[in-house]
Design a protein around this ligand. Structure first.
Ligand SMILES: *Cc1c(COP(=O)(O)O)cnc(C)c1O
Length: 403
C-alpha cells in the first residue's frame, strides 16, 4: 500500500526533533553531528540565533503580500547581492530548480530579444544536476531522472565533463549558452579548474553566447568564497543560487548582468511566493553573517584543516577511502568501498553525511563548524572505516554507489 507521503525518497529511518548549531537531536534525545547540512542548506547550522530572531520578528509583522507590491526585503537583499557580485539584477525564487528555470528562460529570452530566437540550446556537462523540473532534468541529462517522464525538453546538448574540444564542437547556430556547476555537487564534488573556467568564458565570448553558473550548492560561502567561481577571476552572465542562501528557509535567486537580463521585462516571468517577506528576512540575516569581516577567511582555514585530516584518514584506510576532493567546506570522500556502506557505518557513529555520484560521500558541515567538532567527526569516520575493514568491506567493487 502506498504511504500517505508519496514514496519518492529512499529515506533513512531516523527523525529529528530539534537542532542546535551543527547538532541534531532525535525525540529520544540522541545527538547526531550534522556534516550533511540538509544537503548543503543549513549554512549556519540549526537554530542560529540571528536567523531565529530575524524570522520571528518578520513573522509577527507580515508574511506575504505578493509581487503586486514592492517588497522592501527584496530590494535590500537584491541591492546587497548586486554589490557583492558580478550581477546587476536579481529574481527571487523558492528553490534551486526554479532559480535554474529562470536562468534557462533568461538565456533563451536574451537571444530572442537580440533578434536570434533560433538560439535556444544550452550546452551542459555530463554529471550535471540542475533540479527536478522538466527543463532542469533535461539540462542535467541524467537517464535516471528523465526516464518515464515523456519527451525530454528539447535544447540541452551535453558534452563530457571538462572536455573543451567537445564543447567547441557542440557550439553552433542554435547555441544560446553554456551551463555548468563550478564544482559538481550531486555529480560527486567534481570541480572545473580555474583554467577551464577561463577557457570556457573565452569560448562563450568568442561565440557570442552566454555563460550560466549553477551555484545552488557551491555558493554563499560554501567553498570559502562568497561564490565558488571568484578565484578564477571569471564571472558568468547569469547565475542560479539557492540552498545555503536561506540557511534552511526555502529561498533561491537568479542573478544576472543588465545585458543578459534585457529580455526579462514586466510580465515575462513570475512566482507567487518568490521573494516572500519571511524568506527575505532570513536571506538578509544569512548574508549579514556570511559577509562579516573574517567569516569567509575562517571557512577557508577550517576547510583546509578538515581536508588535511580527511586525507590522513584516506591514507590510513585505503581500502575504504581512495581520496579527498573539493574546496572549503564542500568536500567529498571518493570511496573505494560502496559509498552507501560508509554513510551507513557513519549513521552508527552518529555522524550525518550525504552521498553523491561517482561513489563519493559528501562532507559538508555547516560553515560555523569548530575545530573540536571537526575532530569529533574525524574520530567517527576513523571508527566507521575500521569497522568496515573488520567486516571485510572495500576489497571488492561489488555494489553500485548511491547518489
Ligand atoms: C540542489 C541543486 C539544485 C536544485 O535545487 P532544489 O532546491 O532542489 O530545486 C540545482 N542545482 C544544483 C547544483 C543543486 O545542487
Amino acid at each position: 500500500m502506498i504511504t500517505p507521503v508519496l514514496p519518492t525518497y529512499a529515506r533513512v529511518n531516523i527523525e529529528f526533533e530539534r537542532g542546535e548549531g551543527p547538532y541534531l537531536f532525535t525525540p529520544e534525545g540522541e545527538r547526531y553531528l550534522d556534516f550533511g547540512s540538509g544537503i548543503a542548506v543549513n549554512l549556519l547550522g540549526h537554530a542560529h540565533p540571528r536567523l531565529v530572531a530575524a524570522l520571528g520578528e518578520q513573522a509577527g509583522k507580515l508574511w506575504h503580500t505578493s509581487n503586486l507590491y514592492r517588497v522592501p526585503g527584496q530590494e535590500k537583499l537584491a541591492e546587497r547581492l548586486v554589490a557583492a557580485t558580478f550581477a546587476d539584477s536579481v529574481f527571487f525564487t523558492n528553490s534551486g530548480a526554479e532559480a535554474m528555470e529562470c536562468a534557462i528562460k533568461m538565456a533563451r529570452k536574451y537571444h530572442s530579444a537580440s533578434g536570434h530566437p533560433e538560439r535556444y540550446e544550452i550546452i551542459t556537462f555530463e554529471g550535471a544536476f540542475h533540479g527536478r523540473t522538466l527543463a532542469t532534468i533535461a539540462a542535467g541529462g541524467q537517464k535516471k531522472h528523465l526516464e518515464g517522464f515523456g519527451p525530454k525538453v528539447e535544447g540541452f546538448p551535453q558534452v563530457p565533463h571538462g572536455d573543451m574540444d567537445a564543447l567547441k564542437a557542440a557550439i553552433g547556430e542554435k547555441t544560446a549558452a553554456v551551463l555548468l556547476e563550478p564544482v559538481q555537487g550531486e555529480g560527486g564534488i567534481r570541480p572545473f579548474s580555474n583554467e577551464q573556467l577561463r577557457a570556457i568564458r573565452k569560448i562563450c565570448d568568442e561565440a557570442g553566447i552566454l555563460l550560466i553558473f549553477d551555484e545552488v550548492q557551491t555558493g554563499m560561502g560554501r567553498t570559502g568564497w562568497l561564490f565558488a567561481h571568484e578565484p578564477s577571476g571569471v564571472t558568468p552572465d547569469i547565475m542560479g543560487v539557492a540552498k545555503g542562501i536561506g540557511g534552511g528557509f526555502p529561498l533561491g535567486a537568479c542573478l544576472a548582468t543588465e545585458e543578459a537580463a534585457k529580455g526579462m521585462t514586466a510580465g515575462s516571468h513570475g512566482s507567487t511566493y518568490g521573494g516572500n517577506p519571511l524568506a527575505m528576512a532570513v536571506g538578509n540575516a544569512v548574508l549579514d553573517v556570511v559577509l562579516e569581516e573574517g567569516f569567509l577567511e575562517k571557512v577557508r582555514q577550517t576547510g583546509i584543516k578538515l581536508k588535511q585530516k580527511l586525507a590522513m584518514l584516506a591514507d590510513e584506510h585505503p581500502s575504504i577511502i581512495e581520496g579527498v576532493r573539493g574546496e572549503g567546506l564542500l568536500l567529498g570522500l571518493k570511496c573505494k568501498a560502496p559509498n552507501g556502506d560508509l554513510i551507513g557505518a557513519l549513521y552508527g557513529e552518529h555522524l550525518l553525511t550525504v552521498g553523491a555520484g561517482d561513489n563519493v560521500v559528501r562532507v559538508i558541515p555547516p560553515l560555523i563548524v569548530t575545530d573540536a567538532e571537526i575532530d569529533e567527526a574525524i574520530g567517527a569516520i576513523d571508527r566507521a572505516c575500521a569497522k568496515l575493514e573488520a567486516a571485510g568491506a572495500g576489497d571488492t567493487d561489488k555494489k553500485e554507489g548511491v547518489a
